[in-house]
Design a protein around this ligand. Structure first.
Ligand code: NAD
Ligand code: ZN
Length: 379
């Protein structure tokens, strides 16, 4: 089969590799029809992780079941399914509590597993014609009748829609409250979409890219252009000096090297500043524990200069971590089915698998107009 393979920093290619096989009777094999490129893929793509050469990318996957292990009961050949990026077992202590992002079986001893990811288990990604899904009865979300028609909406259930929703949830958000979202990438835009669906009174979205800020505005958010000055101050000025009830971090530690002068603590400290006293902050942007490639010594150790003094003094709360996609995906699927949510609105490109190397380049450079790329194997 054809698959998008990592060769080294900023170097991916579409190679022919062996087809995946049923390895345990709880597995299924999926023929992918839509598989997305995600901001999280860029941590590997840019060479900041221990991702091995030859590994297949892709954790945002949707397709048709073509082969079913003998112990798979609920999922049938021909079903159209979307997989959470987390690989869960369904029976460990964490999965039982709904914390599938922290499964103790699929990546023992560390924080959870994902397809096509560094440090998150051996699972191959789905930017390919075929993929193997373990514990398939647990990990496959069976899609409704309109699966084909709304495929580009449903594929967002694999990661960014639940992750944006999770960011809002981690902040402790309640309907009617105001919220500021840092980062207008796909995750930040999905947080804005979630806040809008959940009846936020005011939504601010911070970024420095016109095309992304325009999308945020089209979703009902107030765009904050960080090129025009301190974004936290802009939010304070727009809220009578009080700030917002809630805040979401949807950037992660990447902002340090991408924006030169800023460090990965930049968005966190902006959030402390622009969130009200007693407010809440949800952090879904990825911060990686130890990073030998980071630009300064603190970050090499996975640490940052966090403004804990103001955070404590303002009595704020914080929530962090991987999204437990399975906790949300069935309910968010209903919102799509009932036309209450349309996450596909942020897609900028629908491309065949062969064009993945070029798409990675443009998306990584944040080239204008490259907001969210979905790959269509088989086209
Ligand atoms: P992305 O890189 O496309 O988006 C990030 C956006 O942040 C960009 O538009 C960039 O211009 C903007 N930005 C950079 N520095 C900024 C700053 N200082 N202030 C405000 N905006 C700034 O990526 P994405 O796909 O939207 O992902 C965002 C983050 O979410 C990544 O770290 C990704 O790994 C993470 N993520 C986490 C989970 C989870 O489960 N927690 C799941 C998916 C993605
Ligand atoms: Zn993703």
């Amino acid at each position: 089969m054809k698959a998008v393979v990592y060769n080294g920093p900023k170097d991916v290619s579409v190679n022919t590799i062996d087809d995946p096989k049923i390895e345990k009777q709880t597995d299924v094999i999926i023929r992918l029809t839509t598989t997305n490129i995600c901001g999280s893929d860029l941590h590997m793509y840019e060479g900041r992780t221990s991702f091995e050469k030859g590994r297949v990318f892709g954790h945002e996957n949707l397709g048709e079941v073509i082969e079913v292990g003998a112990a798979v009961d609920r999922i049938k050949k021909g079903d159209r399914v979307c997989m959470p990026f987390n690989v869960g077992c369904g029976f460990c202590e964490n999965c039982e509590r709904g914390l599938t992002g922290f499964c103790l079986t699929t990546n023992p001893g560390t924080a959870g597993a994902a397809y096509g990811f560094a440090e998150m288990g051996p699972w191959q990604g789905g930017q390919a014609e075929l993929m193997r899904v373990p514990y398939a009865d647990f990990n496959c979300l069976k899609l409704p009748e309109d699966a084909e028609e709304k495929e580009d909406d449903y594929v967002m259930l694999s990661d960014i829609f639940p992750t944006g929703w999770h960011g809002v949830e981690l902040s402790g958000f309640l309907p009617g409250e105001s919220i500021a979202i840092y980062g207008a990438g796909p995750v930040g835009l999905m947080a804005a979409h979630s806040a809008e669906i959940r009846s936020a009174s005011q939504i601010f979205v911070v970024d420095s890219h016109d095309d992304r800020l325009k999308l945020a505005e089209a979703m009902g958010a107030i765009p904050i252009d960080m090129r025009k000055g301190d974004p936290a101050q802009q939010i304070l000025d727009a809220t009578g000096g009080l700030g917002t009830d809630r805040g979401v971090e949807a950037v992660g530690y990447q902002c340090c090297d991408r924006h030169g002068k800023e460090r990965s603590n930049y968005t966190m400290n902006c959030l402390v500043k622009s969130t009200k006293a007693t407010g809440g902050i949800g952090v879904v942007g990825v911060f990686i524990p130890e990073d030998p490639n980071a630009p300064d010594d603190l970050q090499k150790e996975g640490k940052m200069a966090f403004d804990f003094g103001n955070f404590w003094f303002k009595g704020q709360k914080i929530g962090t971590g991987q999204c437990n996609v399975k906790h949300y995906n069935r309910r968010l699927m209903k919102l799509i089915e009932q036309d209450r949510a349309n996450p596909a609105q942020i897609i900028s490109h629908r491309l065949p698998l062969d064009q993945a190397p070029d798409a990675y380049k443009h998306f990584d450079e944040r080239d204008a107009g490259w907001t969210k790329v979905v790959l269509k194997p088989g086209t």
